[in-house]
Design a protein around this ligand. Structure first.
Ligand SMILES: Cc1cc2nc3c(=O)[nH]c(=O)nc-3n(C[C@H](O)[C@H](O)[C@H](O)COP(=O)(O)OP(=O)(O)OC[C@H]3O[C@@H](n4cnc5c(N)ncnc54)[C@H](O)[C@@H]3O)c2cc1C
Length: 386
């Protein structure tokens, strides 16, 4: 079924009886050509691009919980490509371009909103660093705009520009950055992958790997053994735990990162703003809640909930630049598990075990990478013989 305005009108007039499930609920088969472990954004995008870009036919996504229950449905929804290094910028720009066409591609409203992102500058040295970053972005074909304090004051009158501990001395804006409704990304990829024949299997935890003669032949799951031609691990914060079942010790630590939502407000915040002198960033959802976050909880954990010291730290950051937030009530908060690599760089690669691939280490920035990560992982997996 294709979604369209006409379809919505027709269903509204006929009692909404014609909608079908967004994806099939299938039982696992005995063998697949490709098994993607983890039904987060990256896993679902990988399965989708395997089918769409490479015509892969027998593809399964195995998810231990439900689609969208991991970080893909827990993040603060920001997309951007404002990176400095040559290895990063083209990758994230590729991702941003995929975001720009994603809803048409998937035929799904993911609420992609290019409302812009502004990184605040608080010192002369930081201005130099952001100028360099902006130039690197432009050289790689992305957009970047260095804003003066005066322009920022005019556009964002609620910011505490000159009477704060860290006065605002300008900002680096990427106007094509913005937000995307996070769980809709999971649903959109799941539906589009399903329509190309991918089996999306929820409540199916991978509990072990069958490895013989240096090759991975399949996976043991909570729903039985499933053989696979190629097996692609893609489990974000659970990377260390999963890969240990294949005897691998990864250079990745798992940490909690918290997100916060305030009560609904009238439109006050036109885009995403990040504080440059502490860990705090904020945007406003279409429902009106301010969505914000800050630093990770500084200890290793697999719990999807955080602790109060970080709440205090984030709220202090908020008050430092947005004094108006002092009267806003916090509505809810939650945590997700971050797969922190030692140098902050993600990994998309083969492993030393034939047929077993690994994608992870996205730290706290993997949502924006979702389309490009799936695209590249599918390309890698398809390109190598099983
Ligand atoms: C609070 C917070 C805010 C963030 N904000 C941003 C942001 O604004 N912008 C940005 O770019 N990034 C952000 N991130 C990071 C981003 O969300 C992650 O890097 C990204 O979502 C990780 O990829 P994923 O979607 O595939 O992960 P997940 O959705 O976590 O997918 C992994 C899946 O694997 C499943 N799984 C685990 N073990 C197994 C197993 N043994 N068998 C089967 N399935 C298994 C899990 O249940 C899970 O569904 C944020 C993260 C958090 C927590």
């Amino acid at each position: 079924m294709r979604y369209s305005a006409l379809r919505v009108i027709k269903e509204a007039l006929t009692g909404h009886k014609g909608w079908t499930p967004a994806w099939r609920d299938v039982a696992p088969q005995a063998h697949y050509d490709y098994i993607v472990i983890g039904g987060g954004g990256h896993g679902l995008a990988t399965a989708y691009y395997l089918a769409r870009n490479h015509g892969a036919k027998r593809v399964a996504v195995l998810e231990k919980g439900w689609i969208g229950g991991g970080n893909v449905g827990r993040n603060t929804t920001i997309i951007r490509s404002n990176y400095l290094l040559d290895g990063n910028e083209p990758f994230y720009e590729h991702s941003l371009k995929l975001w720009e066409g994603l809803e048409q591609d998937l035929n799904y409203n993911a609420m992609v909103s290019q409302r812009g992102i502004l990184n605040l500058i608080h010192s002369d040295a930081q201005r130099d660093a952001f100028t360099r970053r902006g130039n690197a972005m432009i050289l790689n074909g992305a957009d970047a705009d260095l804003l003066s304090t005066k322009t920022i004051q005019k556009r964002y009158p609620f910011l505490n520009v000159d009477n704060a501990r860290f006065p605002i001395k300008g900002g680096l804006a990427q106007h094509r950055g913005g937000t995307v409704r996070h769980d809709a990304v999971a649903w959109g990829y799941a539906r589009a992958a399903d329509q190309l024949g991918v089996d999306i299997i929820q409540n199916c935890e991978v509990t072990g790997f069958r490895i013989e003669g240096g090759a991975c032949l399949g996976v043991d799951t909570s729903r039985g053994y499933i053989a696979g031609g190629k097996i692609a691990a893609c489990v974000a914060g659970s990377s260390g735990r999963l890969m240990s079942k294949a005897g691998m010790r990864l250079p990745i630590e798992s940490h909690v990162l918290q997100a916060f939502v305030s009560e609904g407000l009238k439109p006050v915040l036109p885009g995403v703003i990040t504080f440059g002198a502490g860990h705090f960033y904020c945007s406003q959802s279409d429902k009106g809640g301010l969505v914000f976050g800050g630093d990770i909880d500084g200890y290793n954990s697999y719990a999807q909930r955080g602790n109060l010291p970080v709440v205090e730290d984030v709220c202090e950051g908020a008050m430092a630049i947005f004094p108006m937030l002092g009267r806003v009530r916090l509505l809810r908060m939650w945590g997700g598990i971050m797969d922190m690599s030692m140098d902050g760089s993600p990994i998309i690669d083969r492993t030393h075990i034939d047929g077993l691939y690994f994608n992870g280490g996205w730290c706290y920035g993997g949502f924006k990478a979702t389309p490009a990560s799936g695209w590249c992982y599918a390309h890698l997996g398809h390109g190598y013989p099983a």
